[in-house]
Design a protein around this ligand. Sequence first.
Ligand SMILES: [Zn+2]
Ligand SMILES: [Zn+2]
Length: 251
Amino acid sequence: MIPYDLHIHTEFCGHAPGMSVEVLVRRADELGLETIAITDHLYAATGLPLLTAIRAELSQCSHRCRVIVGAEVDVDGDFGDGRLVTDELSACDYVIAGFHYVPTVGNYPHSPDDCTMPPEDFLKLWRTALLGVVSNPKIHTLAHPARIVAAAVNLDDWFDEVLMTLAEAAKVSAKNRIAWEINELTGSRLSDYYRQRWHVIYKIALDAGVKLVFGSDSHSPEAMGQSAFAEEILSRFPPGSLSTPDEILNR
Ligand SMILES: [Zn+2]
Ligand SMILES: [Zn+2]
């Protein structure tokens, strides 16, 4: 079992019903997790009071586990350079970059049909934006690497090109000490074929010297503690390939 989880949402985000701070820390204690990070979505600079609200709820509950208050900060979908929706992140103890939107178009692609630009154009923009994201030293971790690509283009046609871009991004990530997240939720978004190949992305990361960190991306109490997809990926690598929370936070 992975003794921590650095990617957990709360009901503040609007799509994680039942995930009050009290419920999720109680669940973390039941599971025996040593460290968790509450990383709700930050969709815009105006969302920063969210962190204050989470800290206020946290101060009202007792818990054994160490709780880090961070955020999954959106990559700004209005631009193609990978900037985050805000640079004012001093209240955020752990910053993960959530790349969710088609750059410059700004929509959330559920399938290649939702991507209104040709795949060649999307992949060019994705590359530029991704390299921008991993150049931002305020970011600790790149959330769910390449999940957006798996949604926006047909991987059967583009997987090799995607891996080449990821290799470029891994070099930049290593330089800026930005970790890559092994994200449990991504496992449920992939076909069997790519679920079994997703480890190649983390091989690219490890070879470039990028640290790996685990996050469940839980939006419900039941999802917490689940790590089958992540553990399958990690089983392909030497013991110790997964970094500890302190290695990620005290870089
Ligand atoms: Zn996300
Ligand atoms: Zn998330």
